[in-house]
Ligand binder design. Structure first.
Ligand SMILES: Nc1ncnc2c1ncn2[C@@H]1O[C@H](COP(=O)(O)OP(=O)(O)O)[C@@H](O)[C@H]1O
Ligand SMILES: [Mg+2]
Length: 412
């Protein structure tokens, strides 16, 4: 009995755990490339610089992100102060825990010596995690705890309309947006996802079948039908979806001859937005009326960027398009957030891209870096958000960090 009590305490939010967690979070957030590799990178860096945006083509609307980034750092500082005041509380517990671990190992050896089959015992009750695994688990517990606080602060505030967009395919729009939406719903927010990619990958994840039987997004945008009839429940409580279907692939031409062709999604969503805390749009990777509708219907823009040259180059094009849309439609995003996805710590180009983003897009760049993760890839191949597949992994940790940073600056 004593053992299981102590084992549970190991994950409590105690001073020393928090201290370790803050250190871990800082470490993960500030992945730095060793200086000696810089010379080797310089040629690539020059190529990246050629693709830097000219300041006049950079949208002005995301400046708020930069202001809030200061607040995000302050939040870490506050956490540090909080733990300093209670730092001694946990040392005894850690000593006890170490003893329990030793006893557990001894007991295990004795049982094996006596020929007892211990294979049915739960491994996590007996075996220690590696240092990396325990760091990840502790970070996850800290982040889950912080997210619950942010949920209480944000619930009931104005609906956030958010878009995941990049004109390059495969950067993680669907994969990150679906996990993000899932976690928000899991926290208790009311969430609506809108799939405007004719390929319908998001729709596939929620296995919404017979989408032709109800009114589709096509009917909403072209025939002005009520979007309520195009909304479906999903297996996740609090999470609804407007599914996509192939009819959307033929929508560009009819849409172009409609009045206000770029603002039809915004007008449709206006009817139902008060029912939701978050409306999250997953876009297709192309320029056209569909993505224009998604842009004009949103207030926060999230741009996942792979740490490679093409993804970086696509970012410049995207910023130019947004800049001209802002001008032509007297429209402005409240926040624009660029973030690195599929970051590989063993790949030089990843660090080069990160430095280029820090240099040229610092006003928009989130601190969170989502690392290349086997768990994220496996979850997607199973057609599930990562949180349905894994509770403790690097992918879960990075996604939670992303959600925490986003909710923090929205709340700030
Ligand atoms: N952080 C990551 N680690 C590993 N695989 C990832 C990660 N992010 C995305 N992927 C994989 O990249 C592929 C493309 O992602 P997806 O979300 O479909 O991109 P998009 O919607 O931008 O076209 C998917 O197979 C997904 O599993
Ligand atoms: Mg997609």
């Amino acid at each position: 009995m004593a053992k299981s009590k102590q084992s549970k305490n190991r994950f409590e939010i105690t001073a020393s755990n928090v201290k370790k967690n803050v250190k871990n979070l800082e470490k993960v957030t500030e992945i730095e490339k060793p200086g000696k590799k810089e010379a080797k990178d310089s040629k690539i860096l020059k190529d990246f610089s050629k693709q830097a945006p000219s300041s006049k083509k950079t949208p002005q609307s995301g400046k708020k992100t930069q202001e809030i980034k200061g607040g995000f750092e302050n939040e870490y500082k506050k956490l540090k102060i909080q733990l300093e005041s209670t730092r001694h509380e946990n040392s005894e517990l850690l000593a006890d825990l170490e003893q329990v671990r030793m006893e557990s190992r001894n007991l295990r050896s004795k049982l094996i010596g006596l020929g007892v089959d211990i294979s049915s015992l739960r491994a996590d009750e007996i075996e220690d995690d590696s240092p990396e695994e325990s760091e990840t688990k502790e970070n996850i517990r800290l982040l889950e705890w912080r997210l619950k606080t942010l949920y209480t602060d944000l619930k009931g505030k104005e609906t956030r309309k958010q878009l995941f967009l990049h004109y390059k395919g495969g950067t993680g729009k669907t994969c990150i947006s679906v996990s993000y939406a899932y976690k928000l719903a899991d926290l208790g927010f009311k969430v609506l996802m809108v799939d405007i990619d004719p390929l319908g990958h998001l729709t596939e994840i929620f296995k919404v079948e017979n989408v032709d039987l109800k009114e589709s997004l096509y009917d909403v945008l072209i025939h002005g039908k009520d979007i309520t009839n195009a909304i479906w429940n999903t297996r996740v409580p609090n999470l609804h979806i407007v599914p996509s279907n192939l009819s959307l692939s033929a929508i560009e031409l009819p849409l172009s001859s409609m009045p206000m062709p770029g603002e039809r999604l915004r007008m449709a969503l206006a009817r139902i937005e008060e029912n939701y805390d978050f409306i999250i749009i997953d876009s297709a990777p192309n320029v056209g009326f569909l993505s224009l509708n998604a842009i004009l219907a949103s207030k926060d823009l999230f741009i996942p960027v792979l740490a490679d040259y093409l993804s970086y180059h696509g970012l410049k094009v995207l910023f130019e398009v947004i800049s001209s849309i802002e001008k032509d439609f007297s429209f402005a995003f409240d926040n624009i957030s660029v973030f690195l996805n599929r970051f590989n710590e063993f790949n030089d180009v990843c660090f080069t891209t990160k430095r280029a983003l820090e240099t040229h897009y610092s006003d928009f760049l989130l601190k969170t870096v989502i690392r290349e993760s086997q768990d994220i890839a496996s979850a997607m191949s199973l057609g599930q958000p990562i949180f349905e597949v894994s509770k403790t992994s690097r992918g879960v940790e990075d996604l939670l960090k992303f959600i925490f940073e986003v909710l923090f600056y929205i709340g700030g």
